[in-house]
Design a protein around this ligand. Structure first.
Ligand code: MRU
Length: 344
């Protein structure tokens, strides 16, 4: 299995996703600030991977803290959490990861400092293992929903690289293929950062799953030709009413899927569900640098000074979502009730 991220004695080690698919290189973040940079610059990306990276970042920051007493440690802890929380705003898993480490920190607040440091590392590693287990469970729940043969379309990368391993949407594809289904994946290239053509294609080819890359504007035509049996994507945040924030372009794919009568599935761990956010309009959407749009592989592709927008995510209203696949089971409309039931 691809090691998207792992804890090492030297720091948090990431496969550098900015270099894929042409270079498979690894970088080690030795401080919590370096972990924050890795998240911001998308060395590591994908909601579940960001959540665990942030948890490991906090554990690393606390391990490196020179605090001599609990008051100093508390101050360091608060600052570390703030820096990591300010990296990317949309994926709720980031805040979930930090909150979970904070719960452990609070629980141990009276214990000796070396014990606290060890416990946070253990907790972050536990989160990594749980993420992989959740993805495998999603795979078991979701595999039955995919057609027994034919093609599915995915957008962005919701695979091993976006998680601690196996993947959410691509985990469901992997589980379906393992169960004997004969599937082919159409991967939208996913402008502007190209997570589909660079990352999804790379990891599916590594697994020998037949894959075809299309540019984003080809999806409608391919659907019209009857080539797509289902769409499956991941999510960065799912509001209480089932509205789904995911990579920019997901909404377009969902509308196209509905128009062509194709089921549109979202696979995500329950940590992506944010019951405190009532609907998609309340989800903060990250705006990224214009350079991601104006340049391709370092080469300028737009006129100097042109206006650019670069929202990294969009919101797909719940009416377009056929089902949400989580490690706790599959839910459908009405999502307000079905998601709440899953939480309980
Ligand atoms: O900007 P990114 O690459 O972090 O965006 C990732 C996505 O939109 C994924 O689809 C989402 O995080 C789900 S990953 C299992």
């Amino acid at each position: 299995m691809i090691k998207t991220l792992e804890w090492t004695d030297a720091g948090v080690r990431f496969i550098d996703q900015t270099k894929l698919p042409t270079e498979e290189t690894y970088v080690t973040s030795k401080t919590y600030e370096e972990v924050a940079d890795a998240i911001r610059t998308m060395v590591v990306r994908g909601a579940p991977a960001i959540g665990v990276a942030a948890a490991m970042g906090v554990a690393l920051g606390v391990r490196e803290s020179k605090a001599k007493d609990h008051d100093e440690l508390q101050k360091d802890f608060t600052r570390i959490c703030e820096v990591l929380a300010a990296t990317r705003p949309t994926a709720v898993n980031l805040f979930w990861g930090i909150r979970r480490i904070k719960e452990k920190f609070d629980e141990l607040s009276a214990r000796p400092i070396p014990e606290i440091k060890r416990a946070l590392i253990t907790e972050a590693n536990r989160m990594l293992a749980e993420d992989i287990a959740a993805n495998e469970a999603m795979g078991r729940h979701g595999a039955v929903l995919l057609p027994s043969r034919g093609s599915v379309l995915t957008h962005c990368n919701a695979g091993a690289l976006a998680t601690c391993g196996y993947g959410t949407a691509l985990g469901v594809v992997r589980a379906a293929v393992d169960s004997g289904k004969k599937l082919h994946v159409f991967a939208d290239e996913t402008r502007p950062f190209l997570q589909g053509s660079r990352l999804t294609a790379w990891e599916l080819m590594k697994d020998g799953i037949p894959t075809t890359v299309i540019s984003d504007n080809m999806a409608g035509a391919i659907m019209r030709q009857g080539k797509i049996g289902a769409v499956i994507v991941g999510a960065d945040r799912i509001a209480a009413n089932g509205d789904v924030a995911n990579k920019i372009g997901t909404y377009t794919v969902a509308v196209l899927a509905k128009e062509h009568g194709i089921p549109f599935y979202v696979a995500a761990p329950f940590s992506t569900v944010d019951l405190n956010t009532p609907d998609g309009a309340q989800i903060p959407i990250e705006q990224r640098s214009a350079r991601e749009v104006t340049h391709l592989a370092g080469k300028q592709i737009t006129p100097d000074g042109v206006n650019v927008e670069n929202p990294a995510f969009d919101v797909t209203p719940h009416q377009y979502v056929t089902a949400i696949i989580t490690e706790r089971g599959v839910v459908r409309e009405p999502y307000v009730e079905s998601l709440r039931a899953l939480a309980e």
